[in-house]
Design a protein around this ligand. Structure first.
Ligand code: ZN
Length: 181
């Protein structure tokens, strides 16, 4: 289980922290022995889209680690000051330069192992203009039979694509919640 424990120094005073269970708490936290600040670590949200043009899905080839050179849906860490939808649109613009309209939340995937929750929206591309950003080597459209299943960067991308094509075949899209082991 992912327990955090990634904090080394106090963010308030710089002293090396200790992981101890504070009074009235039930799990170890990063506690500063100098100023007593308790640093809480909580899951991070990753937001992205499944951009679709006709019968094709847009994937981006990563230009950064981890998973350099593998294919992903446009997605990234949510920023403070934005909603899930705003984050999904921002990441789609930053990584692919694609013009899309969101069509609804599609997958909510718990990745407890790394302390993350991934959210993907279905998105309709309004044109085929692409302008990949610095985190992307290449962005291109794939038909279902062209998807590079063995070269996908993340399990959540794979799980989202599997559900997308299954729902499309069934003629109805719903919201899927799942846990990624
Ligand atoms: Zn401190």
């Amino acid at each position: 289980m992912f327990t955090g424990r990634t904090i080394v120094h106090c963010r308030a005073c710089g002293t090396k922290v200790n992981y101890v269970v504070p009074a009235d708490d039930n799990r170890p936290r990063a506690v500063c022995p100098h100023c007593a600040t308790i640093h809480y670590e909580n899951p991070l949200n990753v937001v992205g889209t499944v951009p679709v043009w006709q019968d094709q899905v847009l994937l981006c080839k990563r230009a950064i680690e981890p998973r350099y050179g593998l294919w992903t849906l446009p997605a990234g860490f949510m920023e403070l000051g934005e909603t899930l939808a705003e984050g999904a649109l921002r990441e789609t613009d930053e990584e692919a330069g694609a013009h899309v309209e969101l069509e609804g939340l599609f997958t909510v995937l718990n990745v407890v192992r790394v302390g993350q929750v991934h959210f993907f929206y279905r998105a309709r591309m309004t044109d085929t203009h692409l302008n990949p950003g610095s985190e992307t080597l290449e962005a291109r459209l794939f038909r279902e039979d062209e998807i590079p299943w063995d070269e996908l960067a993340f399990r959540t991308v794979r799980e989202t694509l599997i559900r997308y094509f299954a729902d499309r075949k069934a003629g109805q899209f719903s919201i899927h919640c799942a846990d990624i082991a």
